[in-house]
Design a protein around this ligand. Structure first.
Ligand SMILES: O=C(O)C1=C[C@@H](OP(=O)(O)O)[C@@H](O)[C@H](O)C1
Ligand SMILES: C=C(OP(=O)(O)O)C(=O)O
Length: 439
């Protein structure tokens, strides 16, 4: 067996009962970053304690925000964040290390662009391979500079200052791109608008008003009018639907299972995976129970479904399931017929090339999966038998670690996962949570 391998054994019993999942990663990043930009002390609770959110916390501390968050009994972080406010971020002595987190670095580019400082942003070996031009290009149109000139990957030094507003037609549906431009636009005089080819998650548009900054938004467009200085706010972070998706898919695959996941964000831009599972014939449903600010939350219920069928997911629905495609691909591998995910080229530039990883992993299961252009096809195999002794490599990617672990957890034989610890990026307690549901 190779080093750093975790043996993932089949769940002892069907999954049953209720659980909660840790705070939403996207909302947690924004709670930390927007509070750091604000004037005064914001109160945040339910914040996800994971490696990625720690990258955002470390970054804003290095830039002068005071963060006093404490670990709560439920594992979340809560407390106060005093922002740099109208004085702006301070010049850090060292490069700011964003770890594995694309959201941290890309949002920071927009946050730093208006200020007259020079900040070098870097990250781990995965983040240093991911494309940054999609963010630097619109910010350069607004007047920011990035050195070395023409560089597409980290490390990159932001030279901010004096921005003008921008109307930008984004080449891809990306909430990170949209957010970076809107955050920079808050410090330009006039209206900054981002138009998208398909709707991406809208947490920024929903959360900025909690910090006193008005936004306007349509299905594929969002605007902010500057100058607008955020003021201290209060944010309660609901559970992460992207984490819930692993538990829901496990319940769909494991015979006799029936679970409820409580207090999870039901933002429609995030629960596309429920719709995809429904279209595969899976027994899943949602029930609204409340709202945290403008973010709705509630219960996701999922039950074992023996007779899944393949479905087609059109291009305009992909942004709404972008982080769930690996685990949905695994569910599709158990369905009758072909599943097609249209236009999923963005998966090539996540923590790893997730498109290649899905095809490789499914090939180990003897399932045919292939790409035609940017469309992903999976030919399902109902009654799929998993061979003994399989080893999957997470490639350091948290979503892949959890996806391939479901092969062992919901099946009849253990699997080995290389670098399973990658789950610390978004869902450190994943294995405990899923095993608790099967006691
Ligand atoms: O804005 C966000 O919080 C995120 C946006 C998505 O990335 P893109 O904007 O690159 O699609 C998503 O994959 C990522 O996990 C979080
Ligand atoms: C792509 C992801 O995150 P990020 O872009 O923030 O690294 C993810 O969490 O799956």
């Amino acid at each position: 067996m190779s080093d750093n391998v975790t043996v993932i054994k089949p769940l002892e019993n069907p999954m049953h009962g209720s659980t909660r999942v840790p705070g939403d990663k996207s909302i947690s990043h924004r709670a930390v970053l927007f509070s750091a930009m604000a004037e005064g002390t914001s109160r945040v609770s339910g914040v996800l304690d994971s490696a990625d959110v720690r990258s955002s916390i470390g970054a804003v501390r290095a830039l002068g925000a005071q963060v006093s968050l404490e670990k709560q009994a439920d594992g979340s972080l809560a407390g106060g964040i005093t922002g740099w406010g109208a004085a702006g971020p301070s010049q850090p002595a060292e490069p700011v290390d964003c770890g594995n987190s694309g959201t941290t670095v890309r949002l920071l580019m927009g946050i730093l662009a208006p200020w007259d400082i020079q900040v070098t942003l870097t990250g781990d070996s995965s983040l240093c391979k991911r494309p940054m031009r999609r963010i630097t290009a619109p910010l350069m149109k607004m007047g920011a500079r990035f050195l070395p000139e023409g560089r597409e990957t980290l490390p990159i030094t932001v030279h901010g200052g004096g921005l003008r507003p921008l109307t930008y037609d984004a080449p891809m549906a990306s909430a990170q791109l949209k957010t970076a431009v809107l955050l920079a636009g808050m410090y330009a005089s006039g209206t900054t608008t981002v138009n998208e080819p398909a709707p991406s998650r809208n947490h920024t548009e929903l959360m900025l008003p909690e910090y006193g900054v008005a936004t306007t938004a349509g299905a594929c467009t969002a605007s902010v009018t500057g100058p607008a200085q955020p003021q201290a706010g209060e944010v309660l972070v609901p559970g992460d639907p992207s984490s819930a998706a692993f538990l829901a898919c496990a319940a769909v695959l494991r015979p006799e299972s029936s679970i409820q996941i409580e207090d999870v964000s039901l933002n429609t831009a995030r629960i596309g995976f429920v719709r995809t599972l429904e279209r595969m014939g899976a027994q899943v449903s949602v029930a609204h129970t409340g709202a945290a600010g403008k973010e709705p939350y509630g219960i996701i219920e999922a039950c074992h479904t023996p007779d899944l069928r393949g479905c087609e997911v059109p291009a305009d629905k992909i942004a709404g399931i972008i982080d769930e495609i690996p685990v949905l691909a695994l569910v599709a591998a158990h369905a009758h017929g072909i599943t097609v995910f249209r236009q999923v080229g963005e998966l090539r530039v996540k923590e790893t090339d997730r498109l290649a990883a899905i095809m490789d992993g499914l090939a180990k299961l003897g399932v045919d999966a292939w790409c035609e252009g940017d469309d992903l096809y999976i030919e399902g195999q109902p009654g799929l038998q998993v061979p003994e002794g399989l080893e999957f490599d997470s490639l350091g990617d948290h979503r892949l670690a959890m996806t391939w672990s479901l092969v062992g957890l919901t099946g009849k034989v253990p699997v080995n996962i290389k670098d399973f610890e990658a789950v610390r990026v978004s869902y450190p307690g994943f294995l405990d949570d899923i095993e608790r549901l099967a006691r």
